[in-house]
Write a protein that binds this ligand. Structure first.
Ligand code: ADP
Length: 553
């Protein structure tokens, strides 16, 4: 409920109205009290002045009262004080007001001052220019208003109250010895406040009632207006937004009545709903359109896929044919080539001393034949691997034999090229591997090292055992042209050769390293290269000592 805007608004409006009404009521009450006091004082003032007028009249007519027509003096006891007392008594009897003369040292007991009057008389004595003294008190359980004016000694007072002090005056009282202008006493009036207070109370209640009714009417009016102008239209908008949120696009807000900003809000909301509906419809159309397009594209894709599949099948077939062709071609080439190499070696060994040109020619035939054979072997092996008819045959073998055989094959070429080829074999165990394949790996690496090392350089082949990994490590290090970092990543791929004038002048097929890697992988080994252009390369092959038979295909 507290979330309701109207309740919040009403709460704070009520607080504000109550503060204003309460403040106004307090001010009004104070004002009425002030008015009542002024009225009481004015009344007391009038009564007192009338009383003083009687006293003064009596003072002026003393001679007339106390002398008879023959001029004989006879004191009649009708002096101002006596008359004042008498008048006061009659006044007090007839009204519930009281008026009396008083002073600190009264001649008679009736004039004795009470507590309030003592305080007033002392004030008059202390402040001679003070003209009035008033206050309120509770007397016999009733609130009364007290008012006093000072009585100053005049010429007419001196015969009875002047000097010499102590001498008896005409009425038989000892004189006080006052001087002209001195404080002789005071007139004190007491007014009951009952009727004033009753009227104040009635007024207060009337005003309070009026203010409360006014506040209630204002709040009821605000409540009613809020409900009609804010609550109801906002609730309609809320319901409309709810429907819209649930996808109810056909909003009818024709019965929406509102004023001012809420009216504008409603119009804008209607506008927004209309636009949303249009967008939604457009979107639906778009979705339909796209779905159709997608279906068509899908069908197209299916057809394409079918074509591709067909092409793939044909490609696979062609590839297989290519591999078969390569395998048989290589095989057919190999037989005559081996004979050429064998015959050239035979002729070399039979050649008598002194036929240097023939020797060189025969050596050339042999070396080129060996190179060609290596290339054909590589091609043949890769073709076999590709066609899946390749297999390694594991047997216990000695690396010393393989290294020796490779050295024998490459040494003549190295020597001819003036490249020093050294082999160092530490204590290596027998390993389980395919001797032919290990031979091919090493032959390719050493062949490359010699090929890419210019005359005067050297190639070192070292074979050692890594006991920690239980692997044999074959390293082929050369002082040749080296390979840049980026090329080191591609040289193990088929038909990849390093571009650049340096390596281009060396002949090759780009198959040697690819085959070496394939063969090493088959042995569950690892082949890596570490090289710096211009400084040389180190190819490392690591083969496990104990490898179970691995079938490839
Ligand atoms: P290729 O038949 O061209 O020798 P390889 O696969 O054996 O084919 O070698 C690929 C390429 O790697 C070579 O063309 C050469 O650029 C580079 N390469 C191989 N071994 C070395 C090496 N020891 N020194 C410098 N470059 C080498």
């Amino acid at each position: 409920m507290w979330h309701s805007l109207r309740i919040r608004f009403m709460f704070w409006t009520t607080v504000v109205v109550l503060i204003i009404v309460g403040g106004n009521f307090l001010l009004d009450y104070q004002e009425q009290k002030r008015q009542m006091e002024m009225e009481l004082r004015e009344k007391a003032r009038v009564i007192t002045h009338q009383f003083l007028a009687i006293r003064e009249f009596m003072a002026h007519n003393q001679d007339r009262i106390n002398y008879d027509s023959q001029g004989h003096f006879e004191f009649k006891h009708l002096n101002p004080a006596a008359v004042g007392r008498g008048v006061g008594k009659i006044f007090n009897e007839r009204t519930n007001y009281s008026i009396k003369q008083t002073r600190l040292k009264p001649r008679i007991v009736e004039n004795a001052p009470d507590r309030f009057e003592i305080a007033g008389l002392q004030k008059f004595r202390e402040q001679p220019q003070l003209k009035e003294y008033w206050g309120q008190e509770t007397k016999d359980g009733k609130r009364v208003y007290r008012y006093m004016v000072p009585l100053k000694i005049r010429e007419s007072c001196l015969p009875c109250h002047g000097k010499p002090a102590g001498k008896l005056d005409i009425a038989g009282y000892p004189k006080e010895g006052y001087e002209l202008g001195q404080l002789g006493g005071a007139v004190s009036v007491t007014l009951p406040m009952d009727s004033f207070l009753a009227s104040l109370r009635a007024n207060t209640f009337r005003h309070l009632g009026f203010f409360l009714i006014l506040a209630a009417v204002i709040l009821a009016a605000i409540n009613f207006l809020m409900q009609r102008l804010v609550d109801q239209p906002l609730d309609k908008l809320r319901l409309a937004a709810l429907k819209l949120g649930k996808g109810w696009m056909d909003l009818d807000m024709s019965d929406f009545r509102a004023y001012g900003e809420i009216h504008q809000l409603g119009e804008q909301f209607q506008d927004m709903a209309r636009q949303l509906k249009e967008m939604y419809e457009r979107l639906e159309e778009k979705v339909k359109e796209r779905t159709t397009q997608l279906r068509l594209a899908n069908e197209e894709l299916k057809a394409q896929r079918e074509i591709l599949r067909k092409a793939n099948r044909e490609l696979e077939k062609a590839n297989e044919l290519k591999s078969q062709f390569l395998a048989s071609m290589s095989h057919e080439l190999r037989t005559p080539l081996t004979s050429i190499i064998a015959f050239s070696e035979l002729m070399l060994s039979d050649l008598p001393e002194g036929h240097e040109t023939q020797r060189e020619n025969l050596q050339e035939i042999r070396d080129n034949g060996t190179n060609l054979l290596r290339m054909i072997d590589n091609l043949l092996d890769l073709a076999k691997i590709e066609s899946g008819h390749y297999q390694i045959n594991l047997e216990v073998m000695d690396l010393v034999d393989v290294v020796g055989s490779v050295e024998r094959m490459v040494q003549p070429i190295a020597r001819k090229k003036n490249v020093a080829l050294n082999t160092v074999i530490s204590d290596v165990p027998l390993i389980k591997a395919d001797p032919d394949k290990v031979h091919r790996i090493l032959l390719n690496l050493v062949g490359n090292a010699v090929k890419f090392t210019p005359p005067g350089g050297r190639v070192d082949v070292t074979v050692r055992y890594d006991g920690q990994q239980d692997e044999v490590v074959m390293e082929v290090a050369d002082t040749g042209i080296g390979i840049s970092k980026e090329n080191q990543e591609i040289i193990f791929e088929r038909f990849r050769q390093v571009d650049g004038s340096d390596s281009r002048k060396y002949k090759g097929t780009g198959l040697g390293l690819a085959l070496a890697k394939e063969l090493t992988d088959m042995h569950r080994g690892k082949i890596t290269v570490d090289s710096q252009p211009g400084r040389g390369s180190i190819f490392t092959v690591r083969l496990p000592v104990n490898l179970e038979s691995v079938k490839v295909g």
